[in-house]
Write a protein that binds this ligand. Structure first.
Ligand code: NAI
Length: 341
């Protein structure tokens, strides 16, 4: 059962450390498929209750992501309530001690506002953390870009567009978006690109022959596929009614602003690949390294494409939004694992 309070989580730790002024919440949502995985988000929440809701929702989403990526892992997340007088390094060390006390039930890593330096502070207290150490899982953003590419190719197939005739708008040219452009351009797709950093746009124009579009213009640019690779929440009900594309597939988490947008996309026939299926590359590569010291090859990441094909085909035949179908599949997999454990 999804529970906005977080009481569907197996464990929820809330810790206040007076000295560092750090309030930290760590949620382990579900470990029926394996140890929980999820990053650390540092954010200035309006209240502890808001942080509580967010950490539970983020941990829950990780459970569904693991289930669909077929990795033997579950969902977790940590949040630090940001404040101007926070002792940042001490706050991350505190997260490290909580993670260590969970004894391997939760592996953590980066998320919004958590840097490589922050993760090194976590690693002072626990080994259950992904850092940029040389003996680590490798380039996680590249794995995400490869997974989003495979998901995009599956969507293009559904839309009946050969890749060398595909027109994509990529919003956000960071680690994932730029890598996605590189892969699409190599297959002959034509690109329109937008970023708030002009140098990144200029670089994509030169390297891939992409067309630069303004940040405001991106959602109004005609194409086959829109690829959100910046922030979540870009698909509001108004946007999905007007965006001049046939489908959406990108890396940004929680791409729908709300449930109304999911229904509006479905009513209009806009095919939206669930973000938690498309962007699982980093999770697959990171979790299999953590749990088995396995270096996954590109073939393992490519399976994301087959999962997207299955989700889109079943959603179309059942007449439901792909997002709902993917959630249903994920819940079934977790329940099945629970029944046999
Ligand atoms: P990043 O921080 O490297 O890149 C984000 C890019 O978006 C930057 O170039 C930034 O300038 C640009 N941007 C910000 N606001 C924008 C706007 N309004 N319009 C256009 N561009 C804008 O992030 P990264 O790692 O490439 O991740 C992209 C998205 O994918 C994020 O939402 C992230 O949470 C998600 N994601 C990333 C994973 C990874 O492995 N890095 C894994 C799963 C999800």
């Amino acid at each position: 059962m999804d529970d906005s309070t977080g009481y569907d989580c197996e464990q929820l730790r809330v810790v206040w450390d007076r000295q560092s002024r750090a309030r930290v919440l760590v949620a382990v949502h579900d470990t029926r498929l394996g140890p929980a995985h999820g990053g650390i988000r540092r954010w200035s929440y309006e209240s502890v209750a808001a942080a509580h809701r967010d950490v539970a929702a983020l941990a829950r989403a990780m459970t569904w992501k693991c289930a669909l990526a077929e990795v033997p892992a579950g969902g977790g997340k940590a949040v630090i309530l940001d404040r101007p007088d926070l002792d940042r390094a001490a706050a991350y060390r505190l997260v490290g001690r909580i993670v260590e006390s969970l004894g391997g039930a939760f592996y953590t890593g980066p998320d919004v506002n958590t840097s490589a330096e922050d993760l090194r502070a976590v690693a002072e207290e626990t080994a259950y953390v992904a850092t940029d150490a040389r003996d680590g899982p490798g380039d996680l953003a590249a794995a995400t870009a490869e997974g989003v590419l495979r998901a995009t190719l599956a969507l293009a197939g559904r839309l009946g567009r050969p890749v060398d005739q595909l027109r994509c708008v990529v919003q956000g040219l960071g680690a994932v978006g730029y890598g996605l452009c590189e892969r699409l351009a190599a297959r002959g797709a034509s690109l329109s690109v937008a970023d708030v950093v002009p140098a990144r746009v200029a670089s994509a124009v030169t390297a891939f022959g992409a067309r630069a579009v303004g940040v405001e213009e991106a959602l109004a640019t005609e194409a086959d596929i829109y690829a959100p690779c910046a922030l979540g929440g870009v698909l509001t009900a108004d946007v999905v009614r007007s965006i001049p594309v046939g489908g959406v597939c990108g890396a940004a988490n929680n791409v729908f602003a709300d449930g109304a947008a999911i229904q509006a996309a479905h009513a209009r026939g806009l095919v939206v690949v669930p973000d938690f299926v498309a962007n699982a590359g980093a999770l697959i590569q990171g979790a299999l390294w953590n749990l088995r010291r396995e270096r996954v090859g590109v073939d393992r990441i490519r399976r994301i494409g087959a999962t997207v094909e299955e989700v889109l085909a079943r959603a179309a035949s059942d007449g439901v939004p792909p997002h709902e179908l993917a959630l249903q599949l994920a819940r079934e997999r977790v329940e099945r694992a629970g029944a046999t454990s």
